[in-house]
Design a binder for this molecule. Structure first.
Ligand code: ARG
Length: 249
């Protein structure tokens, strides 16, 4: 009898703790990210954690601003739609600040610059940069600024993929002529497959990344911008570039 009572009490305590935990989780702000985009956000194969430049930055901001956050891994295209619908409180996902996006949701101050670059097969000696892409088949991740740049090239046929990993795989297999992607990410994928891929030409767009917010959350945006400014002034972001880009800069 006494034993049964103990088991019952223990069960109640455990249930109470579980409820308290999920309560804390419910209060945490949901930060969406498409963790397929090294070195900014990707899954560490060994630990299965979401890691990268953006996580280090967001974690530091959260600590400064006293925010509790939970990352949610969401594919890029639904992430953009979800931000517009306020399904997430924030998103950090190497997201270029564009006028169109700024109509659907809000952005922090910019935290880093990263333009587009062309990647081709290692044996390709006809494409040396964006000017040589006229009439070619170009791959990019669906809904990215890279895909928009690809569309803007005359007579291009654009193939969009759910992730950049798939686009680079098709390029390595000779299915497409080129990929247009953010420079640090292009370098990260080329480094994973340097026997088959190469970066060509110069960065040809000027883009800044921002943290996205569900519209109307001005107090949170102010808190994040204040923390971001402090971290920038302290050289924390420069340090992240060194840590995560390696020789890409
Ligand atoms: N900077 C580009 C854009 O905003 C690509 C970002 C893709 N990010 C990602 N995590 N997949 O369109």
């Amino acid at each position: 009898m006494r034993q049964k009572l103990m088991i019952l009490l223990t069960t109640l305590v455990v249930l109470g703790l579980l409820a308290a935990c999920s309560q804390a989780d419910e209060n945490a702000l949901v930060v969406a990210t498409d963790a397929t985009f090294p070195p900014f956000e990707y899954i560490d194969e060994a630990t299965k954690d979401i890691v990268g430049f953006d996580m280090d930055l967001m974690d530091a901001i959260a600590e400064r601003a006293g925010l509790e956050i939970n990352y949610q891994n969401v594919s890029w295209d639904p992430l953009l739609a979800g931000m517009a619908d306020c399904q997430y409180d924030m998103a950090i996902s190497a997201m270029t600040i564009t006028a169109d996006r700024a109509e659907a949701f809000s952005f922090s101050d910019p935290y880093i610059n990263a333009g587009q670059i062309v990647v081709v097969g290692i044996n390709n000696d006809t494409i040396g940069g964006p000017d040589d892409l006229v009439g070619t088949t170009i791959g990019a991740q669906l809904g990215t600024t890279g895909a928009m740049e690809a569309e803007a090239i005359a007579e291009s046929s654009v193939k969009v993929y759910d992730t950049y990993e798939l686009a680079f795989l098709d390029l390595a297999n000779g299915q497409i002529d080129a990929v247009i992607a953010d420079y640090p990410t292009a370098v990260a994928f080329v480094n994973q497959n340097a026997a088959r891929l190469q970066v060509v030409g110069e960065v040809f767009t000027d883009e800044s990344y921002g943290i996205a917010f569900c519209k109307g959350n001005d107090a949170l945006i102010d808190q994040v911008n204040a923390a971001l400014a402090e971290l920038q002034a302290e050289g924390f972001i420069d340090q992240l570039v060194i840590t995560w880009y390696g020789d890409a800069d």
